[in-house]
Write a protein that binds this ligand. Structure first.
Ligand SMILES: [Cu+2]
Length: 156
């Protein structure tokens, strides 16, 4: 009891100073979401997941209060056109890491309840097959923070 309390305090402290999120085996960092533009109802969240355990884990779901629906997406190149596809899960290899980033894996936020403005923060709960739920703070950044200079076509 005493040890687990101490561990909780250490975890909370790390959480506060670095804005990273931890579970016993996973560390999540650099979480950001695209600011929504105009009346746009969709956005996407990006982050890095480090797996410090000797077992593979899988991101299987994500939940947040700011959107009606979330979905794990990937970008695939379909005959030269980048398209988004929903994926069931993202594998995080044992002692490895994976990066959700513009042009690749992302967490789609659909049906935003209010616009996401630059500088806003919100909570995203990531659900992993083994590690369970991990709460992760997300910072909203400008639209062009995602850019590779050109706009990605979002076809579903
Ligand atoms: Cu998407």
């Amino acid at each position: 009891m005493k040890n687990s309390l101490r561990l909780s305090i250490i975890i909370l402290f790390c959480f506060l100073i670095s804005e990273s999120a931890f579970s016993s085996s996973l560390m999540i960092e650099g979480a950001f979401a695209r600011a929504s533009s105009g009346h746009g109802k969709n956005s996407a969240a990006y982050l890095s997941i480090h797996n410090h355990s000797p077992n593979d884990d899988h991101l299987i779901d994500a939940k947040t209060n700011v959107a009606a629906m979330t979905s794990i997406h990937n970008h695939v190149n379909d005959k030269g056109i980048m398209k988004m596809r929903a994926v069931k899960q993202i594998a995080i290899p044992a002692n490895g890491s994976i990066k959700l980033q513009p042009g690749g894996f992302h967490i789609m936020l659909m049906g935003l309840k209010k616009p996401l403005l630059e500088g806003d923060k919100f909570n995203l709960t990531l659900i992993f097959k083994k590690a369970g739920a991990v709460l992760c703070p997300v910072l909203v950044k400008k639209v062009h923070a995602m850019g590779h200079g050109k706009k990605m076509k979002h076809t579903h």
